[in-house]
Every structure is written in structure tokens, then in C-alpha cells.
Design a protein around this ligand. Structure first.
Ligand code: C2E
Ligand code: CA
Ligand code: CA
Length: 726
């Protein structure tokens, strides 16, 4: 019933029924209506609720969709990010092999700009010309069948870059189905840098290998126990004793014990020619396969050692004669003494010096001197036994150690043999020269036991021989040392005397026989010793000469004589002619000509006031040179007298050629006058001959009136002596 029907019904009811009934009816109707309304309402509410729920569902689905969308976007961005930033090149090929995607790394590796690879045929653009066809075929098969041998593997191949250059890559391919089409996804890595590195590594490994193998240095690695773990070829050949090789064998412990300091040690080795040699060993601590080990280097030093030995030999050998030198001699002497002491034997030490060496060296030159030394060494070398040593100490000094010499007589016998070796003259530049030695001897242990003392003793003994004229031997005696010592002291005093002006000249008058007129004076050297008083030349002249001091003293004498003449001139008295004695040493070693000139000039003295006395013996030894000297001296205008005439071997015939004014008859003849008529005859003959040659004769050492009378009778020109004036 509709609402209109209900109202009509209600109106009918109300019209027909009294009000109460009408009211009840209205009430019922009201109730009914209300009931109807609420049902409608309820239905309406339910519908509304459904509607709202559906709406919420829709909203949720929407949000889900949005979220899903956002996730997809993020996923895509992530994927893009990964591919764009990937170090490896990633590209996608379609079924035709065309590139549909390439990431920046792929573009970079292949030298393309962004997007430039898209649409290119991979095999045309990227494969090398040689592999192009094969790559194409392989890809076609892959696209057709969806499988390939290369799937899932990584291949090394060469790709072509845009500029045509090639790049080594590692490529792995995976299959991907897109839109029902077979695609391929490639991941590519540029390995050229790695390959280069690997190649370099290989090369350096090879280099190292060849270095190790071809090196002439033996290289070994030992473990901590000293067992060989590695040995290169050089080490094998230096040390190997057989086929089995070194690895696994024990290396000599002592060298490994050299340890980390690597102190070089030496070990015997076999050289390639089979000869034994020596290797220096250097050991350094190292690690081998993670463990402590030793790196051992063996360096063949055989040649270096040999060279060192040669050097050492040279260092101990006299270069000129090849004999042992002073150093080696000292060494041998010490050894000989030790041996002699152990075995209870005696030694003889000989010291030898050549007598005329300096003269020969000076006059014939060093070439001849060297030749003489070599020849002398040759003769000496033939003398000793193997246990003996002959050495050259330097200059013309030689030494000899003779082993097992029981006594002085045996030593002297050896010295005689040494002298005998010089009997034959030496041939120097075609001329035979007699050269003699002076030999000093000493004995171990009877005279000394110390090597230095022995050497000094032999030297002193030799010096003593020399002092007595040489060409002899002499056994050392303590006396010699004493003599030598006093000689050394005297030499010191003489030097002081020269410095302090303790020398003086005395003048002995010379008179003309007949007129008894004083014609001159001979200057005689005196030494006024601070404690011993006035000393005569015989006590010190030999030492002056042997030390060469005579050169300075002689110069002083000349100067002093000229000063004296000057003094007389200054006093206004007619000066006496002064005769100055000239030592043969002076004549030989100083420029006497220059000395005389200077002395005369210094004091403004005319040369005619000066006479030089030169001993006959000095003339004789070197006549030709002396003749030249005398001529030059006479050329100065000074007089030249021959002193001690008759004591040497000079003849008047010789003197005839010399610019000599007078000869001085030696005191020996004068002393003999009146005692021996033979001497008188000799003097007479000399006088006659000399005067015949135009030389005057001066008699020396006239002590008695009788001597003077005889000299007068024999018509001697001049005389001097204690009788006339000291
Ligand atoms: P000499 O040239 O033969 O000198 C003569 C020596 O005989 C001097 O000895 C003299 O004092 C000594 N005498 C002189 N008259 C007599 C005499 O009647 N009886 C004796 N028994 N002797 C007499 P002195 O001075 O001892 O000189 C010795 C030698 O020393 C000299 O011998 C001379 O060779 C050398 N001499 C002296 N002075 C010098 C000098 O200034 N330079 C050099 N180089 N040698 C000198
Ligand atoms: Ca004299
Ligand atoms: Ca004299």
C-alpha cells in the first residue's frame, strides 16, 4: 500500500467511525508508517555503508597502484644508475645483431659518443675484419636457436674502436627474450691495461728468470736449515759435484752462518774450464715461500785474487832487478830468525854495497847505472840456496840472508864467494868496468837476535869496509859500533864548528932557497875544539870528506884565504901568495872554478895571489877531467901546484901537459935526505926533470938544516917546513 492509499483508507475510516476509532486507526497507521519508514531508512543506511566501503577499496587500490608505480620508477632509476655507472660496458643486441642499447662504459671503451652506437650492426662495427663473418654467422645461429657456445662464458677478444684502433676486451654474453624476440645482452670489460700489465709482468719475470739463469753470479736460496731450495745455472756449475744438482743438498754451513750481515766469505769452486777457483760468498736474509731463508750470491773472484797476488808480488819485488825488495827482505829476515830459532840454526846476514857505483852512475848516466845493477843482481842471484834470500834494499845496496851458517868462518866463506862474483869486470857500453863490493857480515844468534839490530850491524860492518877503501868483507864487531858512534858524534861537532866559526887558517911560510926570501904561505886548516883544543886535519879531514862537509868547509877556506890577502892589501903590505889545499872531493863535486872566482871577486883580490894545491893522487884517478879543470883554473890566473908529488903514480910526463907552476916534493923524500943516497938521487932526478919542463919544485917538511943544505945543493927552488917556520 502506498502512502496515498493509506491516507485514503485513514480518511474513510475516520469518516465512518467515530473519532476514537479514527484516532486508533490513525495511530496504527502512524505506527505502520513509522515502521515502514525505519525499514526504508535502514535499507538506505546499508546501501550508504556499502557505497562507502567500495569507495575506500577503490582508494586503497589506487594507492597501491601508485606505490607500485613509484617502486617501478625507482627500480628503473636504479637499473639505469647501475648500467650508466657500471665500469663494464653493457650493450643489448636485437635478433638481427643490431645494438639497441649501450651504456656509457661501452661507448667509452669503444670510442663512441653518447647514443652513437644505437642502431649499428655489432659485427660490422665492433668485430675485427678477420672475425667479422664468423661473428655474424655465430650471432645468426644464436638468434635462431636461442643458444650458443659462448653463452655463460667469458671470452677474450679484440674489438675495433670507432677510430679503427683495437682494444682487448673480455666479453660475456647472456640471452634475453624481449617482445618474443631473442636478444643478447653483452657485458664487456676493457682488459688492455691488464693485459699490458700482465705482459710487462711476464716480461719482467722472464727478465728476472734470465737474469737468474744467465747471470755469472751464482744465486742460491737456502732455507733456515741451510738446505738449497733454489740454485741458478751459474751456482750449479760453480758448485755442482755431479748430475743430481744442488737443490736439496746442504750448503756449507759456515757460509750460511755468515747470516744476515752478509759478511763475504770465500769458498773453493770449480771454474768452467775445470780449474779450481775461489768465489766470494755474500749471504743476506730473505724470505722464500713465506719462510725465513738466505739468499746466497757466489761471485767468481779467481781472477781478481790472481791479480791481487800479482800486485802483491810486484809490491814485494824490486822493479829493476826482480829481486825481493826491502819489505820482503824484512819479512824474510823475521821468518828466517823464527825458523832458525826453532831449529837451532845460525844465520849470516850480509850487507853489500858497490864501491864505484856513484861514480859510474854520474859519469856514464843512469842507463849504465841500471844496467850495472841488473848485472850485479844476476851474479848475486846465482849464489844462494833456495832457503837463502838475496834482496835489493835500494840504490846499490844488496842484502843476503844465508840459512844454517854455523860460525864466522862459514859466513866469511860466503862473503868471499860474494866478492869473487865481482872478479870479472862488467861490460858497460862496450867498456869493461871493474866494480867491487864492500861486504859487511853479522851473525844470528851470536852477534844479535833482533832483525833490526842485525841489519844495522851488517850495515856498520860494510861501512867500515867502505871507509877502508872497499873491495873487502868484514865481520861486525862491537868495536865498529863504538867507532861509528864516535864518528857520528864528531860529525855533529864538525857541523857545529862550521856554524860557530871554530875553524881557523894557519899559515906556513914558503921560502926561496938562495935568497931566503919568503915567497908565499900554505894555508893549513885548524879546528879550535871547545874542549879538546886545537885539532889537526888528520883527525877530522877524512870525516869532512866522507860526509861531504868538506864542500862547505873548503868554500870557507877559500873565502878566508882571500879575506887574508885583502887584509894585507888593506894594511898596505905586499901580500904573500897563499896556497890553498883543495880536496879531491871538492874538485869533483863542487864547481871549484865558480867558488874561486866568487871568493876573489868578493874580496877584490887579484888571482895571482892565490895558488891551489891539488894532490897528485886526485889528479891521477881522473886525469882527463882534471886536466880540463886545471886548465880552467889556470885560465883564471891562479897558480896550480901539485901536492905530495911522488906519492902517487903521476909522472912528470903527465904533468908536463898540465898548466902547473910547481910540484911539491912530498915530505917523505925530504925526510929521507941525508939518510939514504938513493933518495937523494931520486930527488935530484925529479928536480932536474921538473925544472927541465919549466916547473918549480917545492920541498915540504924540511925539519933539519942538513935537509935544507942538501936541497940547496940540489938547487931545489923553494922549501917549507918546521925548520923554516911552523
Ligand atoms: P899537506 O898539504 O901535505 O900539508 C902539509 C902538512 O905537513 C901540514 O899538516 C903541516 O902542518 C905539516 N908540516 C909542515 N911542515 C912540517 C914539518 O917540517 N914536519 C912535519 N912533520 N910536518 C910538517 P897539517 O896541517 O896537519 O895538514 C895535513 C894535511 O891536511 C895537509 O897535508 C893537507 O892535505 C890537509 N889540509 C890542511 N889544510 C887543509 C885545507 O884547508 N883544506 C884541505 N882540503 N886540506 C887541508
Ligand atoms: Ca898542501
Ligand atoms: Ca903536502
Amino acid at each position: 500500500m502506498t502512502l496515498g492509499g493509506l491516507v485514503s483508507l485513514l480518511a474513510l475510516v475516520s469518516a465512518n467511525w467515530r473519532v476514537p476509532l479514527g484516532l486508533a486507526l490513525v495511530f496504527v497507521l502512524g505506527i505502520l508508517y513509522a515502521l515502514h519508514i525505519s525499514a526504508v531508512n535502514r535499507r538506505l543506511l546499508a546501501t550508504q555503508e556499502e557505497l562507502r566501503r567500495a569507495q575506500a577499496d577503490q582508494q586503497r587500490a589506487f594507492a597501491d597502484l601508485e606505490a607500485a608505480n613509484r617502486g617501478l620508477e625507482a627500480e628503473r632509476a636504479k637499473l639505469r644508475g647501475i648500467t650508466e655507472t657500471a665500469v663494464d660496458g653493457i650493450f643489448l643486441l636485437d635478433s638481427e645483431g643490431r645494438i639497441v642499447y649501450a651504456n656509457p662504459a661501452a661507448e667509452r671503451t669503444l670510442g663512441y659518443g653518447s647514443g652513437e652506437l644505437i642502431g649499428r650492426d655489432a659485427h660490422l662495427s665492433l668485430a675485427t675484419p678477420e672475425s667479422r663473418d664468423q661473428a655474424h654467422l655465430a650471432y645468426r645461429r644464436f638468434a635462431r636457436e636461442g643458444r650458443s657456445r659462448v653463452l655463460g662464458t667469458t671470452r677474450s677478444l679484440v674489438a675495433v674502436r670507432r677510430d679503427g684502433s683495437q682494444v682487448s676486451v673480455e666479453l660475456s654474453i647472456a640471452t634475453l627474450r624481449l617482445d618474443g624476440q631473442q636478444h643478447a645482452i653483452g657485458v664487456m670489460r676493457d682488459v688492455s691495461a691488464r693485459l699490458r700489465m700482465e705482459q710487462e709482468l711476464d716480461e719482467s719475470r722472464e727478465n728476472l728468470q734470465s737474469l737468474m739463469e744467465e747471470n755469472r753470479t751464482g744465486i742460491l736460496v737456502l732455507d733456515a736449515q741451510g738446505r738449497v731450495r733454489f740454485a741458478n745455472a751459474a751456482a750449479e756449475s760453480l758448485l755442482a759435484s755431479g748430475e743430481q744438482g744442488l737443490v736439496g743438498t746442504d750448503f756449507p754451513r759456515s757460509t750460511a752462518a755468515g747470516g744476515p750481515d752478509g759478511h763475504p766469505n770465500e769458498i773453493p769452486i770449480n771454474r768452467h774450464d775445470g780449474a779450481p777457483g775461489t768465489a766470494a760468498v755474500a749471504v743476506t736474509e730473505t724470505r722464500w715461500q713465506g719462510n725465513l731463508a738466505y739468499l746466497v750470491m757466489l761471485h767468481d773472484i779467481t781472477e781478481r785474487k790472481a791479480a791481487e797476488q800479482r800486485m802483491q808480488q810486484l809490491a814485494f819485488q824490486d822493479g829493476l832487478t826482480g829481486l825481493p825488495n826491502r819489505e820482503l827482505f824484512s819479512d824474510r829476515l823475521v821468518q828466517a830468525i823464527e825458523l832458525a830459532q826453532r831449529e837451532g840454526k845460525g844465520l849470516a846476514l850480509l850487507f853489500m854495497d858497490l864501491d864505484r857505483f856513484k861514480e859510474i852512475n854520474d859519469s856514464l848516466g843512469h842507463g849504465a847505472g841500471d844496467h850495472l845493477l841488473r848485472s850485479a843482481a844476476e851474479r848475486l842471484r846465482a849464489l844462494p840456496r833456495a832457503s837463502d834470500t838475496i834482496a835489493r834494499m835500494g840504490g846499490d845496496e844488496f842484502t843476503a840472508i844465508f840459512y844454517d851458517v854455523p860460525d864466522a868462518a862459514a859466513a866469511e866463506g860466503l862473503a868471499r864467494r860474494l866478492l869473487d862474483a865481482f872478479d870479472e869486470p862488467f861490460d858497460l857500453e862496450g867498456t869493461a868496468f871493474a866494480v867491487t863490493p864492500s861486504v859487511g857480515i853479522t851473525l844470528y844468534p851470536s852477534l844479535a837476535t833482533d832483525p833490526d839490530v842485525l841489519l844495522r850491524q851488517a850495515d856498520s860492518a860494510m861501512y867500515e869496509v867502505k871507509r877502508r877503501g872497499g873491495n873487502a868483507y868484514r865481520l861486525f864487531s862491537p868495536q865498529i859500533t863504538l867507532v861509528r858512534r864516535s864518528r857520528l858524534a864528531l860529525e855533529k861537532e864538525l857541523r857545529a864548528a862550521l856554524r860557530d866559526g871554530d875553524f881557523a887558517l894557519f899559515y906556513q911560510p914558503q921560502v926561496e932557497l938562495g935568497s931566503e926570501r919568503c915567497v908565499g904561505c900554505e894555508t893549513l886548516l885548524r879546528w879550535s875544539h871547545p874542549t879538546r883544543g886545537l885539532q889537526l886535519p888528520s883527525g877530522f879531514l877524512p870525516l869532512l870528506e866522507s860526509t861531504g862537509l868538506i864542500l862547505d868547509v873548503g868554500a870557507w877556506v877559500l873565502d878566508e884565504a882571500c879575506r887574508q890577502i885583502r887584509g894585507w892589501l888593506d894594511q898596505g903590505v905586499e901580500p904573500l901568495t897563499l896556497s890553498v889545499n883543495v880536496s879531491p872531493i871538492q874538485a869533483e863535486h863542487s864547481d871549484i872554478h865558480a867558488l874561486v872566482t866568487q871568493a876573489l871577486e868578493r874580496h877584490g883580490v887579484e888571482p895571482r895571489y892565490l895558488v891551489l894545491e891539488i894532490a897528485e893522487t886526485a889528479l891521477f884517478s881522473r886525469l882527463t877531467q882534471a886536466a880540463g879543470l886545471l886548465k880552467r883554473l889556470a885560465g883564471l890566473g891562479v897558480g896550480v901546484h901539485i901536492d905530495n908529488f911522488g906519492t902517487g903514480h903521476a909522472s912528470l910526463a903527465m904533468i908536463k901537459q898540465l898548466p902547473v907552476k910547481a910540484v911539491k916534493l912530498d915530505r917523505g923524500f925530504v925526510t929521507a935526505l941525508g939518510l939514504d943516497s938513493a933518495d937523494e938521487a931520486l930527488v935530484r932526478a925529479t928536480l932536474t926533470m921538473a925544472q927541465g919542463l919549466g916547473k918549480r919544485v917545492i920541498a915540504e917538511g924540511v925539519e933539519t938544516a942538513e935537509q935544507l943544505a942538501i936541497l940547496r945543493r940540489l938547487r931545489c927552488d923553494w922549501a917549507q917546513g918546521f925548520l923554516i917556520g911552523r
